[in-house]
Design a binder for this molecule. Structure first.
Ligand code: F0G
Length: 352
């Protein structure tokens, strides 16, 4: 049985014999081949489906480490700012570790499923009339004033946990891919993957990918080279104007000979619908920045034909049911409670 990240990857993690063996059996997520999109794009494309983690996003990898280390250090409360997924993961692992969890979210700008999770796991939730960047500044300051552990990705244990996804990709493919496409928000995950690929390559000679990170156009601070005061995108997960791990994201791009680029909301939504309808994979909009980006980079010739590409799908599609319903032209056809009417309706459909 899979034992979760702390036990499975102990040799690569800052684990001591005092670290609690906290787990919800996070990690070990599927790497799924996308045959139709591979053929269309002339590449070998796989998606790392992080939405299959216990709370439905990659945040569980970092949070299991951050919460376990907070517990080990004797802390009884964790705090985070979040666009939704971090708060869901923090609340779940805090509940599991008998700790209190305080979350600060941008009011009205987090997907409904994520809010439902934080509520269910029993977090103390505050919604500010500001954005993620404001919330992060507040919790960073407050965690210095109060005996509370900050579990945003500026906490180095978060990066440690999240780097394990790169290990899994190498194991699943037999080596690192040629390219890794990844959404960029606060830029912790791109930092973590690059660290993971480097460490695994050092120990197991699995090679290194070129890292292609993608921001939403209305929140593309790194691409523009300056913070964005009022970031906007339909992909609320990555609605961030001043990424905390900006420098290490640029380093990942430069060291790997990769790129950081932006994709429009239209491109994100197109990719979101494409992988669901053609490949049966439902990932939240923010996740699909990776797919939108690799499609863009194939068209521009920035990803070579025939190459092996892994796109990270960071969160489950069910996290954001409202966007799914809003963008879909498919609506339920309402019928009376009558089998014959239903049969006629179906016959009508087949005859058309
Ligand atoms: N994809 C999803 C689904 C996310 O929730 C996030 C970040 C990212 C991508 C970007 O990852 O920040 O490491 O560059 N969500 C954070 C949150 C900000 O609060 O849940 P990153």
């Amino acid at each position: 049985m899979w034992k979760g990240l702390i036990q499975e990857f102990a040799e690569f993690l800052p684990v001591t014999n005092k670290t609690p063996k906290l787990t919800l059996q996070e990690g070990n997520t599927p790497l799924i081949h996308l045959p139709k999109l591979s053929e269309k794009l002339g590449i070998e494309l796989y998606v790392k489906t992080e939405g299959t983690n216990p709370t439905g996003s990659f945040k569980d990898r970092g949070m299991v480490m951050a919460v376990a280390k907070a517990k080990e250090a004797g802390s009884d409360t964790v705090i985070c700012a979040s666009t939704g997924n971090t708060s869901a993961a923090a609340a779940a692992y805090a509940a599991r570790a008998n700790m209190k969890c305080i979350v600060l979210i941008p009011d009205g700008k987090i997907a409904f499923g994520k809010l439902a999770q934080a509520v269910m796991y029993g977090a103390e939730i505050y919604a500010i009339q500001g954005n993620f960047d404001h919330a992060l500044t507040m919790v960073r300051n407050i965690s210095e004033k109060l005996p509370i552990t900050l579990v945003n990705s500026v906490n180095p244990y978060r990066i440690e946990g999240q780097k394990t996804a790169a290990f899994e990709v190498c194991e699943q493919l037999g080596s690192a891919p040629d390219y890794l496409a990844i959404p960029v928000g606060n830029a912790g995950n791109i930092t973590a993957y690059w660290k993971g690929f480097k460490e695994y390559n050092e120990k197991k000679q699995t090679g290194l990918p070129k890292i292609h990170g993608f921001q939403a156009e209305g929140a593309a601070a790194i691409v523009r080279g300056e913070p964005i005061e009022n970031p906007e995108t339909i992909a609320t997960a990555i609605r961030i104007g001043n990424p905390a791990s900006w420098e290490t994201a640029v380093k990942a791009k430069e060291e790997s000979n990769g790129k950081i680029d932006s994709v429009t909301d239209e491109e994100i939504i197109e990719a979101y619908q494409l992988i669901a309808r053609e490949e049966g994979v439902f990932a939240e909009p923010g996740s699909c920045a990776s797919i939108a980006g690799l499609i863009k980079h194939r068209k521009l010739g920035l990803i070579k034909e025939g190459s092996k590409v892994v796109a990270v799908l960071t969160g489950n599609g069910l996290k954001d049911p409202n966007t799914a319903i809003d963008v879909s032209e498919i609506k339920p056809i309402v019928l009376p409670n009558d089998e014959e009417v239903f049969l006629n309706q179906l016959n009508g459909v087949t005859v058309q």
